[in-house]
Design a protein around this ligand. Structure first.
Ligand SMILES: Nc1nc2c(ncn2[C@@H]2O[C@H](COP(=O)(O)OP(=O)(O)OP(=O)(O)O)[C@@H](O)[C@H]2O)c(=O)[nH]1
Ligand SMILES: [Mg+2]
Length: 346
């Protein structure tokens, strides 16, 4: 999953990037587009790895992309280059400034910035949708495609993001390649002063995010970036001082997994213990395809043990002996925490 950090100049995107990746990229002004790969922490993988002592342990990964803000523009906004960089992301994390930044004019106005970002994305999408509609009519495109773009146009004109439309409302096959911004999953990071790091999301913003079908979390990136750079055993005490029970990355990932409807299943053995990320509702066969296309093509069955069952009984043999090994066909809907062995034949 590739998540782009977006937002207005000086909102703290690079600092959030450092917080998530544990890197130490210079902050303060613009800079270059940057990628950072982050391991998705998962205690279940830690426990399975301790159990199997495999040669290799592989966590799920998330890629963060730090997109520099647009400085010196007359009004706050996103540059055409910035917009293009945002289009390339699978999901967006909008960083809202809720702290005083001496190099940026004006008091923090996170709710206003959220609206400004939303409006800018609406207009950018509307322009693309209208242009396509005009051409589609001239070219006598498929009526279904024209209908899909009409649905998008009226949704955007009502100032609603495209992501609120369900699969029944809108056939997204027609959207491929357009990089429409308001169709991207949106996670909002309210970036606060240190003293407010543990506060809940303000009600006004929380309600607005619900309308926009987006999720949110509160963090204080500058202090949390420092904490992320410490040894794990030293982090807990500093977090507690801020009124937090876990690091920003863990909070972020949990929120992102919920928003994006992601779950993990595991493969285990002496060679490798590994986490795989899928959408909730994925069936056994396409899930097997994440591991290797041969497993999807030649899928016979999946032998499944929920993580908790495995830990309760203590070994694969004990799971079998207790009759708790689930033998599942291709229609089985994979659950979060399933340990899977796929039987296949190609
Ligand atoms: N007090 C406070 N300052 C912060 C916080 N996050 C970032 N800053 C400061 O705000 C300034 C800008 O931070 P950056 O992370 O560079 O912001 P940015 O969004 O990447 O900026 P551009 O890429 O230039 O748009 C830096 O001086 C940071 O130290 C925060 O949570 N609290
Ligand atoms: Mg930056």
């Amino acid at each position: 999953m590739k998540i782009g950090l977006v937002g207005f100049a000086g909102s703290g995107k690079t600092t959030v990037f450092n917080t998530m990746t544990g890197m130490d990229v210079p902050v303060g002004f613009g800079g270059e587009l940057r990628l950072g790969i982050v391991r998705v922490p998962d205690e279940r993988i830690d426990e399975l790895s301790a159990f199997f002592s495999p040669q290799k342990t592989t966590y799920a990964e998330m890629i963060f992309c730090d997109i520099p803000g647009e400085h010196g523009a007359e009004k706050k906004g996103l540059s055409p280059r910035g917009l293009q960089q945002i289009r390339d992301q699978e999901a967006l994390c909008l960083v809202l400034r809720d702290f005083v930044n001496p190099s940026i004019d004006g008091d923090p106005d996170p709710a206003g910035d959220l609206e400004a970002f939303h409006t800018e994305c609406l207009f950018a999408d509307l322009e693309i949708v209208e242009r396509r509609l005009e051409r589609a009519k001239k070219e006598r495109a498929e009526p279904q495609e024209v209908a899909a773009f009409e649905v998008m146009k009226s949704t955007l004109e009502e100032e609603r993001p495209l992501r609120v439309l369900t699969a029944e409302d809108l056939n997204r096959d027609y959207l491929r390649g357009y990089g429409l911004l308001t169709d991207r999953p949106l996670l909002v990071a309210l970036n606060c002063e240190e003293s407010e790091a543990g506060k809940p999301l303000p009600e006004g913003i929380a309600n607005r995010l619900e309308e926009l079908d987006a999720a949110g979390l509160v963090l204080s990136a500058s202090v949390e970036a420092e904490i992320a750079g410490l040894e794990p055993e030293d982090q807990a005490a500093f977090l507690e001082d801020l009124g937090l029970s876990e690091p920003a990355l863990a909070r972020f990932i949990r929120t992102a997994y919920r928003l994006l409807n992601l779950i993990s299943f595991f493969t285990v053995g002496e060679d490798e213990v590994r986490a795989w990320t899928i959408r909730r509702g994925t069936r056994a066969r396409p899930a097997a395809g994440r591991i290797h296309s041969d497993l999807e093509r030649g899928f016979i069955r999946a032998e499944v043990t929920p993580f908790t069952t495995f830990m309760e009984l203590g070994s694969e043999q004990a799971v079998k002996d207790a009759g708790r090994l689930q033998v599942e066909g291709k229609e089985y809907v994979v659950s979060d925490g399933d340990i899977m062995h796929v039987r296949f034949n190609v």
